[in-house]
Design a protein around this ligand. Structure first.
Ligand SMILES: C[S@@+](CC[C@H](N)C(=O)[O-])C[C@H]1O[C@@H](n2cnc3c(N)ncnc32)[C@H](O)[C@@H]1O
Length: 261
């Protein structure tokens, strides 16, 4: 069932040493799941044996944060990569979080059928389905930098060449409806992700020069002719300068939905 190759859509690497996996490991439930935490806490009060599935849990820092919020719940982190799940298990152990398990799932190749299955599972016991995705074309840099604009467009082109949609966040409600979820049970939220100067090397932005110049995403950018290898080096350098700029800012919209059954 498991694979380290990933599916056709998921272009980023899945090893704990991959730059973006490191950056995901610094994410927190409070920040990333603010839209669904009130719903989760309400459910924890009313559902005696609450079960929470974190699908695409990655290295698991968010899963641990959610598990700590609902210590009486059984939490399961699912991912397609055994390697990243190993990192997630270590994270749970190091944090002393005991109500979380991690399992590998078969690839979810098609979004509507995946949502249909997640809705089927969530429906049991009157649960909720909470989903969040980025809307990559909404990117915004400060300071203005045409090289970074170009780099971001090259990344989006690589995703699209791999059959992925870069604007999934704005489609979540429509996909849920297509998957059979009743429109009136769906609540739509939005969030703006903000990356800013922190001065800390492990900060989210620090992963990006490597992400754009080496690894599977960078290879794909070159393969499809969106940029030359030399240009990738320039993207990385522009990104480094942005990271070091105390006034630097990157913003991106996310779509978030909650369906109640
Ligand atoms: C962008 S990371 C997010 C990790 C974490 N939820 C976070 O927000 O920091 C996406 C994760 O989903 C997993 N993933 C992507 N596509 C998948 C699929 N089709 N089936 C299962 N897991 C998938 C990847 O392995 C990766 O760990």
């Amino acid at each position: 069932m498991s694979s380290e190759k990933g599916n056709v859509h998921y272009l980023l690497g899945v090893k704990p040493e991959d730059s973006h996996v490191k950056s995901h490991a610094s994410r927190t439930a409070d920040e990333e799941c603010a839209y669904m935490i009130p719903t989760l806490l309400d459910l924890a009060k009313s559902v005696p044996k609450l079960r929470l599935l974190d699908v695409g849990c990655g290295p698991g820092s968010i899963t641990c944060g959610l598990a700590r919020l609902v210590p009486g719940a059984e939490v399961v982190g699912l991912d397609m990569s055994e390697t990243v799940l190993e990192a997630a298990r270590m994270e749970a152990n190091s944090q002393g979080v005991t109500n979380v398990n991690h399992r590998c799932i078969a690839h979810l190749q098609h979004h509507v059928s995946a949502i249909n299955e997640l809705a089927r599972v969530s429906r049991k016991g009157g649960g909720r389905l909470c989903m969040r995705e980025g809307i990559l074309p909404t990117f915004m840099w400060y300071p203005l930098n045409p090289t970074l604009d170009e780099a971001w467009r090259a990344i989006m082109a690589a995703y699209e060449a791999n059959g992925a949609l870069t604007d999934a966040g704005r489609r979540l409600k429509a996909w849920a409806v297509e998957a059979g979820v009743l429109r009136e049970t769906i609540c739509v939220h939005g969030r703006i992700m903000v990356l800013r100067y922190t001065g800390a090397p492990e900060a989210l932005g620090a992963a990006w020069p490597a992400r754009v110049s080496e690894g599977s995403l960078a290879e794909r950018v070159v393969d499809i002719g969106a940029a030359s290898r030399e240009r990738l080096t320039e993207y990385a350098e522009a990104w480094r300068q942005w990271i070091d700029d105390e006034d630097g800012l990157f913003m991106l919209m996310h779509g978030q939905v909650i369906a109640r059954f």
